[in-house]
Design a protein around this ligand. Structure first.
Ligand code: ADP
Ligand code: MG
Length: 250
């Protein structure tokens, strides 16, 4: 069920609740007073200039950075609980000549089998089932280094969906992906979100697809400067100031 469009207050339907979050790295305060509430089933885009602290916020949510303030998870109708988070990291680069295949990558991530052993049929089938979520069965024997940007993102997405998370977090999944691949990836995220009732938080610099796919946009630069529907945020003064777009209202 998709709860995104019929929640009342925040009290009973918050999926992710970040309250008064501050993060200090290397003696510098990178994030300060960040508040972000996400509801079950929502797709939320996190935008902001380079160095704004977007990746840092995600890493705090993933428990990879120490922070002050609170980060809690709730189910729509249950008590507070630990959610399963799937994470697609920012543009990892693979050597074009690297012999490792998509199958090898999955086997090393989802099983403890040494990579040099032949892969049993059942395990290969498990990997195919994972790749099916991203319509990527045909990629199983391809070398990672030979994948296009969009194909690589789909493979990483399939990995993040095993096991199926409640909250999926992606750090700039659209960078290095061509326009066609972008639409495919966004359609896929939309479909996965509806089918498995998960919430999606993604960092992106591509504002052109926000209105079509995203429920809410949060503009971050050290703290949240604007939050609302894509149109509200893209037309806000805070957005123009953050990206130095001059005074003319679009
Ligand atoms: P964004 O993802 O919005 O581009 P980041 O969250 O990666 O920004 O970085 C925000 C700021 O924090 C940058 O100024 C960056 O240099 C700094 N930073 C990121 N990671 C560390 C770290 N581990 N130690 C010190 N400073 C860091
Ligand atoms: Mg980043």
């Amino acid at each position: 069920m998709n709860h995104a469009h019929h929640h009342g207050g925040c009290a009973d339907s918050c999926c992710l609740q970040v309250t008064d979050l501050s993060v200090r790295l290397g003696g510098e305060r990178i994030l300060e007073g960040v508040n972000l509430h996400m509801h079950c089933g929502q797709m939320v885009a996190l935008i902001g200039p380079n160095g704004a602290g977007k990746s840092t916020l995600i890493k705090a949510i993933l428990g990879q950075h120490p922070y002050e303030g609170s980060i809690t998870f709730h189910r729509s109708n249950g008590p507070e609980q630990k959610l399963r988070i799937g994470y697609v990291p920012q543009s990892p680069s693979f050597d074009r000549a690297d012999p490792i295949t998509v199958l090898d990558l999955f086997v090393s991530c989802i099983s403890s089998r040494p990579a040099f052993l032949p892969v049993p049929k059942a395990l290969r089938q498990t990997v195919l089932d994972c790749l099916k979520h991203v319509r990527g069965e045909n990629l199983i024997d391809k070398r990672i280094g030979a994948l296009s940007g969009g194909e690589l993102q789909r493979v990483l997405l399939a990995l993040a969906l095993e096991p199926m998370p409640n909250l999926l977090i992606l750090d700039e999944p659209l960078s290095g992906v061509d326009v066609e691949g972008m639409a495919l990836l966004m359609d896929m995220l939309h479909e996965i979100r509806n089918r498995f009732d998960l919430s999606i938080l993604m960092i992106t610099h591509d504002f052109s697809m926000l209105s079509k796919y995203v429920d809410r946009v949060a503009l971050l630069d050290r703290s949240i400067l604007a939050i609302g529907t894509p149109s509200e945020v893209l037309h806000s003064d805070a957005f123009r100031e953050a990206f130095h777009l001059g005074g003319e209202k679009a």
